[in-house]
Design a protein around this ligand. Structure first.
Ligand SMILES: Nc1nc2c(ncn2[C@@H]2O[C@H](COP(=O)(O)OP(=O)(O)OP(=O)(O)O)[C@@H](O)[C@H]2O)c(=O)[nH]1
Length: 431
């Protein structure tokens, strides 16, 4: 079923020229690859941007919190007093930055994949921390770094509380950012998997289609090559069955014409080289070839095979008294009579001037004797009323009793013929 569907598709493809098929094959390969490359680049670029944004967001959100925490810790160990720098850390700007980070994070759409409540927890933690931080900020705002009043302004307990609250807010915010980062990575992997599958599926489909296109080109080429080899090996009637409208079908049609022409020429050559032009039966070369082939087949089938060596009687006299044309007519008539007495599967050839050789495959000695007598009678009946017609003497040899090869059989039949001609006009009785 699949095979026939493939072949039907192939027949459809053969309606296209080879050039068109190659162009479509290239398009099948290049267009999906180009499209996929564009999509892949776009996806990777977007991922890169998202990733950068995510990292930037982390820095923007966490840095002010971490800085605030850092300054608070330094205040706790009275380091701010020891600072030579006279500018105070800008706690107000820091808290504003933190507020802005939280509002940015809050408005970012995380989609359904992120654990719910993480942002709320972080915001709540910051809301809890903010008043204590604010109070500290209010107290130290008028003071400079290194001012001895800083120690009085910052109560250790308040600082510790603020550190604790800010640290808690930082941890919650870090959890949000981590979750977002993990989510971004998972999304990136999912998109990459989709991309890889798209490549695999697209390339597989393209490969199958290209395979079909290639088959529609290579199969006819193979058929032509096989046919050319068979024709080259001398096989006759070689044809390439091909339907389509492409160049290869055209080549196949020309090949078939060439094969037919060659067959006609070959038949003409065979006729010319193997046939006797006067009588229309095989000539010496043809009948010897037929004998070799018949003996070959005979050995394989293990059946009897008889040969008749036949020589015309009083033929010279006909030639001498009635002319060469009368002799020719007599030869044609005798050949016709002989052919009439033989089966289609038997072979008849003119062996020499007035000598004929018949091959009777599958015929034993007694059956051959009967056929020879019938043939002799038919010729003698005609010749008895027309003096321009000859008589015939027949020597019979049968394989395998009289021999296995052509020369031995012909020699044996010739010997019988000689005896026969010596004794009169009757064929040799079966041995
Ligand atoms: N008309 C004609 N005569 C041919 C042809 N080929 C050979 N001959 C003649 O056939 C004759 C054969 O001679 P013979 O075999 O002695 O003829 P025959 O009278 O039958 O003698 P026996 O065979 O001894 O009975 C010769 O005269 C050849 O010239 C041919 O194609 N046409």
């Amino acid at each position: 079923m699949k095979m026939s569907a493939g072949l039907t598709l192939e027949h459809l493809l053969r309606r296209l020229s080879v050039g068109q098929r190659i162009a479509i094959m290239l398009a099948l390969l290049l267009l999906p690859m180009a499209a996929l490359s564009v999509v892949s680049l776009d996806v990777l670029e977007h991922q890169e941007l998202d990733f950068r944004q995510s990292v930037q967001e982390s820095i923007n959100a966490l840095l002010p919190l971490a800085t605030l925490e850092h300054y608070l810790e330094r205040a706790q160990v009275d380091e701010l007093e020891a600072e030579t720098d006279t500018s105070a850390p800008n706690f107000t700007a820091l808290t504003h930055n933190i507020d802005r980070s939280f509002s940015t994070i809050e408005t970012t759409d995380d989609g359904p994949d992120l654990p719910a409540g993480l942002i709320t927890q972080a915001q709540r933690a910051w809301r809890d921390a903010r008043p204590a931080v604010q109070r500290l900020v209010e107290r130290i705002r008028p003071l400079r770094i290194g001012d001895p009043r800083l120690s009085d302004a910052l109560s250790r307990k308040d600082i510790q509380q603020a550190i604790h609250d800010v640290s808690l807010a930082r941890l919650h915010l870090a959890a949000v950012i981590k979750a977002r980062y993990t989510h971004a990575i998972a999304l990136r992997h999912r998109e990459l998997r989709w991309l890889i599958w798209s490549w695999v599926v697209t390339l597989s489909v393209a490969t199958v289609l290209i395979g079909l296109f290639l088959a529609s080109i290579l199969r006819p080429i193979k058929a032509l090559e096989t046919a050319a080899r068979r024709l080259g090996a001398g096989e006759s009637g070689v044809r390439v069955d091909m339907r389509g409208r492409d160049e290869l079908t055209e080549v196949a049609e020309r090949f078939n014409e060439m094969s037919e022409n060659w067959e006609t020429t070959r038949q003409a050559l065979i006729t010319e080289t193997a046939m006797d032009p006067l009588t229309g039966v095989l000539n010496r070369r043809g009948i010897l070839a037929a004998l070799a082939a018949a003996l070959n087949a005979h050995r394989m089938r293990d059946q009897g095979l008889s040969v008749f060596m036949m020589d015309l009687d009083r033929f010279k006299h006909i030639n001498d008294t009635q002319g060469h044309s009368a002799g020719d007519r007599a030869l044609v008539w005798v050949a016709g009579k002989m052919r009439e007495c033989l089966r289609d599967s038997d072979h008849l050839g003119r062996y020499g001037g007035d000598e004929f050789l018949a091959i009777l495959p599958g015929t034993g000695a007694s059956q051959a004797q009967a056929i020879a007598q019938r043939m002799q009678r038919a010729i003698h009946d005609g010749a008895s009323t027309d003096p321009s017609l000859p008589l015939v003497s027949i020597g019979i040899a049968t394989a395998p009793d009289d021999g296995w090869d052509a020369d031995t059989l012909i020699g044996a039949a010739d010997a019988v013929l000689y005896t026969c001609k010596q004794r009169g006009r009757e064929p040799e009785p079966p041995s």
